[in-house]
Design a protein around this ligand. Structure first.
Ligand code: ADP
Ligand code: MG
Length: 376
């Protein structure tokens, strides 16, 4: 496969913060970028060469994208997988529409994980009301999750009994769901793999992820788990990418259970919030990897250059009137990096930016990162 070199035009579906960081990585390397996003103020549009401000299924915008770009990727999973398959008839598209379709549907996703020989939480796929009229005890207490369009803990209901599960299913409008057993989590970790071909595959160091209210709050790298367990997570991510014949950047979220076994929670067919740390702390970052994979270049090295902690900045830390947090102390910390996504309106729960703190060990980085948060 011929490598695509700068200054070729690259296309991306979606212009949120992941798209913004993709655009800046691609532009630094000398590529040009076209962003398709219906939001006139999309975070990625600020740096893109071309912003196609149109719906993701707008036929003319998709035709323009296909005609003007040497390769196309996506920054979120809820794009139309058929549109991606259509684009792939004339342009290089990665990841494939098939892989995106799997990642956007929890039922398909879990089935694929199991098919790859990897464990998920015990779950029941519920495609219609008959599917939930079975013995639910193996999945209780549990979480009912919509199969599609859930993110940051949205579309999930905790249920303690079969009656609660059935009522929750009805409340969600009878859409396809999975009923998943609630597991006793020791930790959550993630591994991000870049795969260009069977021989060309690399995995970033494993991140330990701490969530608040269903939203990622902190990522700690290296994860505070045994090196052998981290290696196992990386191996499982590789195995899944292989089973999916995946091309691009694939994020894999894991649960670490009380007995130190690993279970795959979910996957994302793109760079991931828990991989933002790679920008400041690794030889290559996850956005450069996305560029490299879509261009048919070898994945870059993923070595960690320094222990690091990443902290998400949600709209909650902005003033009630929308005023900026107090950046003074954070900006003066010589081992911290602030990343803001250029979003005009802060809302509680909205991802507005993040920062990283690099230190000689993760405990020091974590302590400083948390202290800095208090100063905002
Ligand atoms: P989202 O798409 O919103 O990230 P997840 O399936 O990753 O949805 O769930 C969000 C969070 O909820 C997880 O990171 C984890 O903290 C918790 N969670 C989800 N499923 C389970 C489970 N089966 N057992 C225990 N905790 C869970
Ligand atoms: Mg998740």
């Amino acid at each position: 496969m011929q490598a695509i070199l700068p200054p070729a035009m690259l296309g991306i579906l979606g212009g949120g913060q992941l798209g913004r960081m993709f655009v800046t990585a691609a532009k630094r390397m000398g590529y040009r970028v076209t962003v398709l996003d219906p939001d006139a103020q999309a975070p990625a549009a600020e740096f893109a060469d071309v912003h196609l401000c149109a719906a993701y299924n707008d036929a003319e915008a998709l035709r323009t994208l296909a005609a003007s770009c040497a390769a196309i990727t996506t920054e979120f999973e809820n794009v139309n997988a058929d549109a991606m398959r259509e684009l792939a008839k004339t342009t290089r598209v990665s990841p494939s529409g098939d892989c995106v379709a799997i990642a956007q549907d929890r039922i398909a996703e879990k089935a694929w994980v199991n098919k790859a020989g990897l464990p998920t939480a015990p779950y029941l796929a519920i495609e219609s009301v008959e599917d939930i009229q079975v013995e639910l005890a193996p999945y209780l207490p549990g979480i009912l999750k919509t199969a599609r369009l859930g993110y940051d803990g949205k579309g999930q209901v905790r249920v303690n009994s079969a009656d609660e599960a059935r009522a929750a299913y009805a409340n969600l409008g009878g859409q396809a769901c999975v009923q998943e057993k609630m597991l006793d989590l020791k930790l959550e970790v993630s591994a991000i793999v870049t795969r260009v071909s069977p021989e060309q595959l690399s995995v970033f160091p494993v991140a330990e992820n701490i969530h608040k209210n269903g939203i990622l709050d902190e990522s700690i790298v290296p994860a505070r788990i045994a090196p052998a367990l981290a290696a196992q997570a990386q191996q499982m991510a590789r195995q899944l990418a292989e089973a999916l014949d995946y091309v691009g950047v694939l994020a894999v979220e894991f649960f670490v259970l009380a007995d130190d076994s690993l279970v795959i929670n979910e996957i994302a067919p793109r760079p991931h919030n828990s991989g933002h740390y790679t920008i400041d702390a690794c030889v290559s970052d996850q956005y450069q990897q996305q560029v490299r994979a879509m261009c048919g270049l070898l994945p870059g090295r993923t070595d960690l250059l320094s222990p690091v902690v990443m902290v998400n900045l949600l709209g909650d830390v902005w003033q009630a009137d929308g005023g900026e947090p107090n950046w003074n102390v954070l900006m003066e910390a010589p081992n911290a990096h602030l990343h803001l996504y250029g979003k005009k309106h802060a809302r509680p729960g909205r991802k507005m930016g993040h920062y990283t703190v690099l230190a000689t060990d993760v405990d020091a980085a974590l302590e400083q990162a948390r202290a800095l948060k208090e100063t905002l």
